[in-house]
Design a protein around this ligand. Structure first.
Ligand code: SF4
Ligand code: SF4
Length: 441
């Protein structure tokens, strides 16, 4: 006779109205069972379910949607096999720093700005590198980063033309996004970027002008909010649906008090436009030259504030998608842990993590002018750590989300897996993802 057990990756919460909230971190599935039905089945959740038990409608739905699994399955082995296959089938992901200097001097910046525009030999090496990877992988994803990538817009155009050509020739997908401070994102540049295949834009504001202009200053000390906001309005006034803009809002203890007014401004300006999304991140210390010059929120407190700000702003553009993505398998895995992911600096240095460029063990090799990678022994530190059997991860119900690979930089230092969130943050995220949602999403 067939029997079922609660999946080891299903977590069950009681919602504020007494409903049962189920999240399965392997399937990325969420279900809400109303209070009356939940009370009927609560006592059975940790038992072996028989065919008779699953005549109950709610239990039947939960079994059919993967919250319960057949008892005979070794679920850890089954899930590990699938996650490994998914990890092998990914796009090759390259973060490119076409210019490592910046027109801004943010008070918390972790970069030294010692290196500048990308060297010609690196540009040629990148073209050849992508040509060869596009023949091996199902797709290429390029992320333009810096410094400020728009200081070298000509290189972004030249490289993009070559990458698009290589991907077309090999009949594979090409995806590209850019992280820019937005100051130089005038309409003509936006047009050029769309032609370069860049359809995802990440732009940072530190709250309203009075907070933002204190921390995100021009290199000469000048203000930047007004120009960035004007550029964002120009983007908003465009026709078409072929781009997305994610506005990252950095906060610290000082700027939190100003967020309500800022929400109003952003809702009134972008709230109805599904091409725009807003998300929140605490300003953090990343090991750069300015770490001692600014205050940050305590990490766990900051995570909760991040979720709360998100909650306040729920319903706004891409927020919902971001929260849901973070609750799906691989949603909390850092790209730096993957063998199919590199960061290429303007002098050809290959890094793994994009927020710690001065750390020696983050310099994992060089991109050669002929397009090959010359990797050193640090590479293995980032990609070979396997915490799947670690005592913390082995029984963890959200193992598929992070697989012990949330932050390899910290894991290397501490020689243990780093969890992406506490249980209370996890439960807040689940509530955010299910707020106002009907049964069985
Ligand atoms: S390794 Fe850690 S610090 Fe570096 S990008 Fe990944 S999560 Fe961020
Ligand atoms: S690092 Fe933490 S959250 Fe991630 S799988 Fe391991 S125990 Fe779970």
């Amino acid at each position: 006779m067939r029997t079922w057990k609660l999946s080891k990756y299903t977590v069950v919460f009681r919602g504020i109205s007494g409903e049962g909230i189920f999240h399965n971190s392997f399937m990325g599935a969420l279900a809400v069972v109303p209070e009356a039905e939940f009370e009927e089945i609560e006592g059975l959740l940790r038992t072996e379910l028989t065919e008779d038990d699953i005549q109950n409608k709610a239990l039947n739905e939960l079994c059919r949607n993967g919250f319960f699994v057949p008892t005979h399955i070794d679920e850890k082995v089954f899930v590990d096999n699938i996650l490994t296959k998914e990890n092998c089938n990914r796009f090759f992901d390259i973060v490119i720093l076409p210019h490592e200097n910046c027109n801004f001097r943010c008070t918390y910046c972790y970069e030294t700005h010692e290196r500048g525009r990308m060297e010609r030999s690196v540009v040629e090496g990148l073209k050849k590198f992508v040509e060869s990877k596009s023949a091996e992988y199902p797709g290429i994803e390029v992320r333009w980063f810096g410094g400020e990538p728009l200081l070298a817009m000509d290189l972004v155009s030249e490289l993009s033309a070559s990458f698009l050509h290589s991907c077309q020739k090999n009949n594979v997908c090409y995806r590209s996004n850019i992280t820019t401070n937005g100051y130089l994102l005038v309409p003509e540049t936006f047009d050029s970027l769309l032609k370069c295949g860049v359809h995802d834009f990440h732009i940072t504001l530190d709250g309203p002008a009075e907070a933002h202009d204190k921390t995100r200053k021009l290199a000469n000390g000048g203000k930047t909010f007004e120009t960035i906001f004007r550029n964002l309005i120009s983007v908003k006034n465009r026709e078409g649906n072929n781009f997305k803009v994610s506005i990252r809002v950095n906060f610290n203890d000082d700027s939190l008090a100003l967020m309500d007014g800022f929400f109003n401004l952003m809702s009134q300006t972008f709230g109805e436009d599904s091409r725009f999304g807003l998300y929140f991140r605490p300003i953090g210390k990343y090991g750069g030259p300015n770490d001692e010059n600014f205050e940050v929120c305590d990490y766990n407190a900051a995570k909760l504030v991040e979720v709360d700000l998100g909650h306040k702003y729920a319903g706004y553009g891409a927020l919902d998608k971001l929260v849901k993505h973070s609750l799906q398998s691989h949603g909390q895995v850092c790209y730096a842990s993957r063998a199919s992911s590199i960061v290429v600096g303007s002098d050809g240095t290959v890094y793994k993590c994009s927020v710690d460029f001065e750390n020696e063990n983050n310099k994992v090799g060089k991109l050669l002018p002929d397009g090959r990678l010359d990797l050193n022994s640090y590479w293995d530190l980032w990609v070979s750590k396997d915490f799947s059997e670690h005592e913390m991860c082995n029984e963890c119900p959200i193992y598929p989300l992070c697989q012990g690979k949330y932050c390899p930089k910290k894991s290397i230092i501490l020689n243990k897996p780093i969890c992406p969130m506490t249980i209370s943050t996890y439960s807040r995220l689940i509530q955010l993802a299910t707020s106002g949602k009907a049964k069985f999403q």
